[in-house]
Design a protein. Structure first.
Length: 290
């Protein structure tokens, strides 16, 4: 194994200093803050595990945790499924490929605030194009403002629409990188299209799928803008996710200790979920005897 010399370590020093200054030190400060009671214009009082105990006994926290896990699983696997279908179509060939590709990638150039505003406008019962289309078809209104289930469904749709380009590009590039000779050999051996997909495509893109899933899982766990701008966690805090719960604890209720504790719980939960998923995927898709 190659060892780093003094020159190499000096070259890495600026990047490491930035990581320490902007990630490590703030993270440690927030960790310490989670064991204190603090608010606007007051000092910090060490309270031990009191913040974590209060969160543990808070029904709103458990509701936010369940909502977060449900929403991010729908978002991540929904993006993966749609990306698979789109990538498979593109690999086979599609008319006006450049135009369709631009349409798929376009949402990534739109900010989350603008995206939520667009969807709220389209679903407006009076002037919204989607709402008026549903009414013309005799279908009920999409009551996302007062129905928690429909509100979370709309959050999933907006998030998938916004972040689909990330997963699609990774899956599409991975499919293009699979050698065509493998498909030709499998076809000569009599493999069906489903068998070629299972035994050639999936093993060839497994690494890319892992990268896409882990990144999207971690990023989706921090879901905030879509929920906050759409429902603000309402009605009656039924659509809150962990990031919204954290924001309210820290800035609405001015309990910085509770907010910091929630942040560290999010770090631990997302890390455990991601680690478990990596282990399962490694066990099923990267076994040496496979």
């Amino acid at each position: 194994m190659r060892r780093f010399g003094a020159a190499q370590l000096l070259m890495l020093a600026p990047a490491q200093a930035l990581l320490i200054a902007f990630i490590a030190i703030p993270s440690l400060y927030v960790f310490w803050l989670s064991f204190t009671e603090s608010s606007y214009g007051t000092g910090t009082l060490f309270v031990g595990l009191a913040n974590y105990e209060a969160i543990w006994q808070d029904d709103a926290f458990w509701r936010a945790l369940v909502n977060t896990l449900l929403v991010i699983n729908v978002i991540v696997y929904g993006e993966l499924l749609i990306s698979f279908l789109l990538a498979a179509v593109f690999v086979q060939g599609i008319p006006f490929r450049a135009v369709v590709l631009a349409i798929i990638l376009m949402p990534y150039a739109i900010s989350e605030v603008v995206a939520v505003a667009i969807w709220k406008f389209m679903l407006d019962p009076q002037i919204g194009s989607i709402a008026r289309t549903l009414a013309a078809l005799g279908l009920p209104d999409f009551d996302w403002a007062t129905n928690p289930t429909q509100g979370l469904i709309l959050v999933c749709l907006i998030s998938i629409w916004l972040h689909l380009p990330f997963t699609f590009i990774i899956i599409y590039a991975a499919m293009l990188a699979v050698p065509k000779e493998l498909y030709e050999a499998a076809k000569i051996d009599g493999a069906s299209a489903a068998q070629r997909f299972r035994y050639v495509t999936l093993p060839g893109i497994a690494g890319a799928v892992l990268v896409a899933l882990i990144f999207r899982y971690i990023l989706s766990f921090r879901l905030f803008s879509e929920v906050w701008l759409l429902t603000a966690g309402g009605p009656a805090r039924m659509t809150e996710v962990l990031a919204v719960y954290l924001y309210k604890q820290a800035f609405t209720y001015a309990s910085f200790g509770m907010g910091a504790a929630t942040g560290w719980i999010m770090v631990v939960v997302s890390g455990l979920v991601a680690a478990l998923y990596v282990w399962l995927l490694h066990r099923q898709g990267f076994r040496k005897d496979a």
